[in-house]
Design a protein around this ligand. Structure first.
Ligand SMILES: [Zn+2]
Length: 216
């Protein structure tokens, strides 16, 4: 497991290099803040119950329980039982995120003639394994900063991530978790504006991070 360096005050940070993934253990009551360091970079987020790996954040159940495409600030992300896993604490980005698309995978890139391309699915599997987690499926992730969604005619639009450098989304952990974040590997337009960059995950007690509202 690639735990991050301590930065004082009980806070830790984990840098997720471009086109890779990292896992981190999070305690109930901690805040988890995902920072788009350079801007326009999608981050895929998963959360698995640390005490029961059969329970993980389910984006479909989250849509069902919230009756929204993406929870509002204060809203919960749920597992298959409808029980809260994470709560959206704040969002300094334009608030454009996705819960429709799966993680990018090797077959997506192969279909574009890009064999052996880094991808979020394999990066998730490696990061999860580093934390001792092996799931029977790769759950659909929460696609942070991903600018995609339905048009009125039923098609799905995909645009450049709207996030600017330093934009951040923070979540309150509602139970002990292993959180996995991948910096999405799509290196052709539009998704990540044609270039892949790193993300930073900041973890710490809620009272320590709440004061900062903005990325370090
Ligand atoms: Zn991806």
């Amino acid at each position: 497991m690639a735990e991050g360096a301590g930065v004082g005050g009980g806070r830790r940070q984990v840098v997720v290099p471009a086109q890779s993934g990292r896992a981190a253990r999070v305690r109930r009551g901690d805040l988890v803040q995902v920072v788009d360091i350079e801007g326009h970079q999608v981050g895929d987020l998963w959360a698995v119950d640390a005490a029961d790996h059969r329970r993980w954040l389910s984006v479909s159940h989250t849509r069902d329980r919230s009756e929204r495409l993406f929870p509002a600030v204060g809203g919960a992300f749920c597992d298959h039982w409808g029980e809260p896993v994470l709560e959206l604490a704040w969002d300094t980005s334009p608030g454009v995120h996705d819960m429709f698309f799966p993680a990018c995978d090797r077959w997506l890139y192969e279909s574009r003639g890009l064999a052996g391309h880094p991808n979020c699915r394999d990066n998730f599997l490696a990061a999860a394994a580093s934390a001792g987690i092996v799931l029977p499926v790769v759950p659909d992730p929460v696609n942070l900063f991903q600018n995609s969604g339905p048009r009125p005619d039923g098609t799905l639009a995909i645009g450049v991530a709207a996030s600017a450098p330093g934009d951040a989304v923070a979540f309150l952990a509602r139970r002990d978790l292993v959180v996995i974040v991948t910096a999405c590997s799509v290196d052709y337009p539009p998704l990540n504006q044609g270039r892949c960059s790193p993300l930073r995950v900041e973890i710490g007690p809620a009272d320590r991070l709440r004061r900062r509202k903005r990325a370090l």
